[in-house]
Write a protein that binds this ligand. Sequence first.
Ligand code: ITT
Ligand code: MG
Length: 179
Amino acid sequence: MLIGVGSTNNAKLKAVEDALQECKIKIQGINAPSQVRDQPLTDEETKEGAVNRAIYCIKQNKDIVIGIGLEGGVTKMEDGLFLCNWGALADQEGRIVTASGARILLPENAEEDIEAGLELKDIIEKITGRKNVHQSEGAAGLLTAGFVHRNELFSHVIRLLYGQWLYQKAELEGDQRGR
Ligand SMILES: O=P(O)(O)OP(=O)(O)OP(=O)(O)OC[C@H]1O[C@@H](n2cnc3c(O)ncnc32)[C@H](O)[C@@H]1O
Ligand SMILES: [Mg+2]
């Protein structure tokens, strides 16, 4: 089964590979536009970016059975700004499922930089002094001393998406059999 993943970011592609390793899948990374800001600033905007990427993927090629869109963002809470991750799965029948992942509080200085208009990936590069951290362990890796990497956060989201999709398809097939 061919899965289109709406990104060429290694952390996201690895997340899909790891999350669905027991399923017979082939992955195609697609440079899908999120159609939201490069740095989404709310849960809603982050989720919308994931949905837009997923839908873009299934429109590229009829052989793509499902499209997966993954989007990172931030969301404001009483105690500060949290890192959030959203995912969406779209299929050729028009079904769309969504899920979000674990979230952690960003340091106060990161919040100030984001409010000043910087992207989280640039802030993390500034803190670590390394390039392309968003393609590997990400902000989560930095803030958990390497315990939880960005791809792991997305992996859970992907399993939530794929599992919901399987469940909904099975429900539909049950209905069609007159259950
Ligand atoms: O190529 P794409 O798929 O766009 O990958 P990306 O790394 O830009 O990821 P997103 O667009 O999903 O993330 C939106 C913004 O949030 C940043 N971001 C989100 N999670 C991050 C993380 O764990 N570490 C570093 N930056 C992160 C990211 O770099 C962008 O600036
Ligand atoms: Mg991006």
